[in-house]
Design a protein around this ligand. Sequence first.
Ligand SMILES: Cc1cc2nc3c(=O)[nH]c(=O)nc-3n(C[C@H](O)[C@H](O)[C@H](O)COP(=O)(O)OP(=O)(O)OC[C@H]3O[C@@H](n4cnc5c(N)ncnc54)[C@H](O)[C@@H]3O)c2cc1C
Length: 441
Amino acid sequence: MAGSGHVFVVGAGFSGLAAALALDRAGVRVRVLEARDRVGGRTLTRWLTDGTQLDLGAQWIGPTQDRMYALAAAHGVGTFPSAAYGTPLVLRDGGRRHGPPPGTDALLAALDALAGRLDPAAPWRAADAPEWDRATLTGWLAGTARRPETARYAGRLLAGGLLAAAPDEISVLQLLFYLASGGGTGSLLGMAGGAQQDRLVGGPAELAGRLAAALPAGSVVCGAPVRAIAQDRSGVEVRTERDRFTGDAVVVALPPALAGRLWYEPALPALRDGLTQRMPMGSAVKVHAVYPEPFWRADGLSGVATTVDGPVTETVDNGTPDSTRGVLTAFCYGDEARELRRMSPAARRAALLDALAAGFGRSARHPDDLIEYDWSADPYTRGCFCGAPTPGAWTRYGPQLRRPVGRIHWAGTETATRWAGYLEGAVLAGERAAAELTALL
Ligand SMILES: Cc1cc2nc3c(=O)[nH]c(=O)nc-3n(C[C@H](O)[C@H](O)[C@H](O)COP(=O)(O)OP(=O)(O)OC[C@H]3O[C@@H](n4cnc5c(N)ncnc54)[C@H](O)[C@@H]3O)c2cc1C
């Protein structure tokens, strides 16, 4: 298995591409092996005939996501602000309201204060980590919120909106890690001034394509699903369905759940495998409802709505500046997303349109189209937005997340300490894995 001077990167999402670019810049010969016939991973853009841009995967970047803004600028991809016209709605108490349930702001502030006591590079070391890791977000909210409606609203917004999970699927420690990693609830949940501030012209997939094109010709091999990684003292062998590649080291830039499905020789340490068994992907449905025009704007509505009940947790106006079409994008998470997947297509459509009509009136029942991509069904993603440790997993397995195993180094947004789960986290994690290797090689 003598090393060939190459480093292999498994996965051409933002993390793998950022790792490859950093390695290339450091003079390391690098090859990226990508399962799909395209790069970009959890990003995908579709265009309507009139030029409306629909981002079916990741779409937003925001302040402090400096590497993403820098990469976009360096590779000639512009940004534009998210649509911001009128008033946001909260659907609660059986009607349309203009503010969240009483006590929501205090709950968010309490969580931000707790997150301030935690180092996102080592959440398991926080003094209260064992207690926070045992507690689910559902339990914490039930014991802290004054009203059940407030607990329900906050649970859907935080576990759902941030991690596409049900609030009893995540620990308080995981939520606090996420808040610490993304700069707190204001930063994570905000539109202007927050993580949903800007979009990329052409979508993130356009930028991914340009990152791949900036690598030396032939560096990215698409249609090459990696099945196995073997290593010994002299090198690594990365096996796809058709080929075997030998090199010095490998960066695995996959979500942990998928990294755990590769075959490793020798077998990975038990603690590392235990970690990947406990980091399931979230479950989100992101549906674009496309209308002839953004009719809600005439009513002074922003298209942003959050909810206490029903299949849709939140909506946004996803129109693009150069298009006259209206796009309301609905997000459904955790149990609601799973329930939608169990429905017949007709029942699912009816459930989604009922939910949109509750916020935006009868016109919402008549979109020209409902467009989505099922990331959970895709074998090379299997869920979204990201993988997250189950309750109890951070304190038992957390230190394994970034610890290299011999010649195997780990990237992917889930391994980031800042903006974990986001495009920015993916880039930072890829660059961190590349730095580990350049220091070694
Ligand atoms: C619907 C949705 C909305 C989102 N919204 C946002 C947002 O607005 N802003 C934001 O910042 N983030 C958002 N995210 C999250 C963001 O997409 C991810 O954080 C980011 O894309 C992760 O990049 P990555 O490189 O770590 O992983 P991935 O993008 O998953 O890349 C992994 C790559 O590995 C490949 N692969 C898988 N298995 C193999 C194998 N066996 N061999 C070789 N290759 C393999 C995959 O095809 C993929 O290309 C969203 C995600 C989704 C799905």
